[in-house]
Ligand binder design. Sequence first.
Ligand code: EZ4
Ligand code: CO
Length: 398
Amino acid sequence: MKIVDARVVVTSPGRNFVTLKVETDEGVTGLGDATLNGRELAVVGYLRDHVVPLLVGTDPHRIEDTWQSLYRGAYWRRGPVTMAAIAAVDVALWDIKAKVAGLPLYQLLGGASRERVRTYGHASGRDIPELFDSIRARQAEGYPAIRVQTGVPGLERVYGVGHDAASDAARPVVEDWDTAAYLRSLPGVFDAVRQEFGPELVLLHDAHHRLTPIQAARLGKDLEPYDLFWLEDCTPAENQDGLRLVRRHTTTPLAIGEVFNTVFDYQTLVGEQLIDYVRSAVTHFGGVSPLRKLFDFAAQHQIKSAIHGPEDISPVGMAAAIHLDLAIHNFGIQEYAGHTPLTHEVFPHAYTFTDGYLHPGEAPGLGIELDEELASAHPYEPAYLPINRLQDGTIHDW
Ligand code: EZ4
Ligand code: CO
């Protein structure tokens, strides 16, 4: 079997998505997600100019060898553009192999370790009443766990709260930020949520990398009475050593990794069990092959999976995630923000979301298709995440 062509399709049925379609001489095709939110076209160029010419003529069954040749052969290792491009190839080749076998991908990954995949959804509100309404809406959709984000008194606009969360402007919107006000207000928000919704509702919170380790340690301690499932991205983790300080001071479980792209980003965090959940997405971590290795490494340290699942991971990336979620033993939870109805039309899929749980379905391969005609009717639109500035105008961490 040989790869005869590979094409990159960019479409924006709500968000921008980059999809690689690999074609073989036997007519079997495979899809992979290469969407890097806000830097989409850099990955398109990387794939079209430097990866597709190398793929044509190779054996699609040699997934590990192809991965190693793209990773090591590039000389320039790691980085989100490179790893998103390699991820798309890896996932497309797994799709092809599973289709040839006539099995859903999860069967090739060891088969189901559970009946269904638990998810969490997003609730947010500028104030407490709006937040409660949002939590009730997620509960009505069946979500068994809910991420809670709120406005901060004195701040006009906070990321992910009360407006379309991620990429929403052709130039970055400026949002303001005040860490002290955030640290003062958040414990009271969780106190109110617990009083209204009781002790059993599974609650999460994402700090979006905005704190120093000592601030994160304090927040983790202050949130302990509210029994969070996790506190996510409490501090920028390029400096993995910083998590030692956070960990020493709080028993609030910690989740990190949505911006990471190789196992090297996790060496200290996992090796010293400084976190409880690894957040990397198939799409940004080089594909199913390396993410499965990360989960095995994490399992040795009692750390579980929690694959990133915002709207800016395409349904192709989501399908790959759900197959892994079903198969691995140390599954924790799957983030699931859902997609626009048009996105579901552009990417018809076998996976289902029922009563807050996902299942990859039984179609051979990933169980996903791309309607190229509909995709081409919705071309790329420049879109960037907002940026944070402090009150004096200084740029702040995410
Ligand atoms: O900000 O996907 O946990 N989820 C998140 C997301 C990210 C966006 C960035 O593109 O933090 O909302
Ligand atoms: Co996050």
